[in-house]
Design a protein around this ligand. Structure first.
Ligand code: S3P
Length: 425
């Protein structure tokens, strides 16, 4: 795809699509609940459609209209042994969370994903689940897909997460909900808490005591209405676009502002961005309007507890940092290496091709600003977020950017280019 934007200003209001993490979980809890769940502003990206497809194979009736997704929940007991392989596509969230659900259900299932999923570590989930009594086999001792799961009776667990991962935490929560007694999960750093919030939305109970999450087994859920806020991880691309494109002002309506996800807002403040935020409502999750204008930015340091609160935004923050005065240093972000691609390598390699002064480190990167970006030939590497970073970089580049494999963007933001075109003045 040839991107020849000629350095436009950006202006206007958009509502980014529904949050990916919350959309996945709304299908999962909707299926596990008894009765009907109606989901509005659901993200119809490929990842979440994989979750719908898996639950249909487990016997759940799911209706799709333009406005709503309706899940006819079967309860835990109503899910059925699938007669086909569960294909999780490119979605780590689907693969890992489904493992926690399937581990305790009385039947056999097989899970497979795409080439990227086949490279992503699943032992971070299969190891704790196995210690709860799960029977999971897979390539390289259960480290990778394809995986085969024979549901069994599960025991409780007290588990300190070796990495700050909401996917691992959530998989264990789903398994703990099926065990008899109380399980405890201890987080090294707080990670996104959409699973915990949704347990409560569906009539269940979860306790948080400092870094400990306590889950009682044997809970059942009741179908409900879910509104999915706009995904701050998708909004991030336009927040950055507005901050770096001259003469711009963008308003992002109905964006999720859950504290475990707003690390990018903190970074915008640290870097001196011209931004205002107004909380507008609360529907299980905090929601608000974010306005960003062209900004004079300064470099910053991003590390520690901030990392899990912005892990998916680091690639686009790297682009932002190329337009800040001074150095930006990102540390403690090794987890980027096991995302859809090794995002330390892919973002550094691709931004360099457009003239960025950026260097990979063992646990992050160093970006030296401010650089003038030029045109060039780049690739998404099949990673939706890398594709969008490069498309936003193309907005400020002096010259044409040829983007290879832009289709990957449909994983989380099918309307991305429509929104880009709508915002160009
Ligand atoms: C997610 C958790 C994060 C994040 C991913 C979605 C979730 O992954 O990067 O995009 O929905 O729980 P990790 O749990 O691997 O950190």
């Amino acid at each position: 795809m040839k991107l020849n934007f000629r350095q436009p200003s950006l202006d206007g209001r958009i509502e980014v699509p529904g949050d990916k993490s919350i959309s996945h979980r709304s299908i999962m809890f909707g299926a596990l609940a008894n009765g009907k769940t109606v989901i509005r502003h659901f993200l119809k990206g490929e990842d979440c459609l994989s979750t719908i497809d898996c639950f249909r194979k487990l016997g759940v009736e799911i209706e799709e209209t333009d406005e709503e997704i309706i899940v006819h929940g079967t309860g835990w007991d109503g899910l059925k042994e699938p007669s086909a392989i569960l294909d999780t596509g490119n979605s780590g969230t689907t693969t890992r969370l489904m493992l926690g659900i399937l581990a305790g259900l009385p039947f056999h299932s097989v899970m497979i994903g795409d080439e990227s999923i086949a490279r992503r570590p699943m032992d971070r989930v299969t190891v704790p689940l196995t210690s709860m009594g799960a029977d999971i086999a897979g390539r390289d001792n259960g480290r990778f897909t394809p995986l085969s799961i024979r549901g069994s009776k599960l025991k409780t667990i007290e588990y300190r997460l070796p990495v700050a991962s909401a996917q691992v935490k959530s998989a264990i929560i789903f398994a703990a909900l099926q065990a008899e007694g109380e399980s405890v999960i201890i987080e090294p750093e707080a990670t996104r808490d959409h699973t915990e919030k949704m347990i409560e939305q569906f009539g269940g109970i979860v306790r948080r005591e400092e870094d400990r999450i306590i889950i009682k087994g044997g809970q059942s859920f009741k179908g409900t209405d879910v509104y999915v806020p706009g995904d701050i991880s998708s909004a991030a691309f336009f927040m950055v676009a507005a901050a770096i494109a001259p003469g711009s002002e963008i308003v992002l309506e109905n964006t999720g502002l859950n504290e475990t996800r707003t690390g990018i807002v903190d970074v915008f403040k640290q870097m001196g961005a011209d931004m205002t935020i107004e909380q507008t409502s609360f529907k299980g999750e905090e929601i608000g309007t974010i306005t960003v204008r062209t900004s004079k930015l300064k470099g910053t340091e991003i590390s520690g507890a901030l990392i899990p609160r912005l892990i998916d935004e680091i690639p686009v923050i790297a682009l932002l940092a190329t337009q800040a005065e001074g150095d930006t240093i990102i540390r403690d972000a090794e987890e980027l290496k096991v995302k859809e691609t090794n995002r330390i390598d892919t973002v550094v390699d691709e931004l360099k091709k457009l003239g960025a002064d950026i260097e990979a480190t063992d646990d992050g990167m160093i970006i030296r600003g401010k650089s003038k970006l030029h045109g060039g030939s780049v690739s998404s590497h099949g990673d939706h977020r890398i594709g969008m970073v490069m498309a936003i970089a193309a907005l400020i580049a002096d010259g044409e950017v040829e983007l290879e494999n832009p289709e990957a963007i449909a994983v989380s933001y099918p309307e991305f280019f429509e929104h880009v075109n709508q915002l160009i003045k």
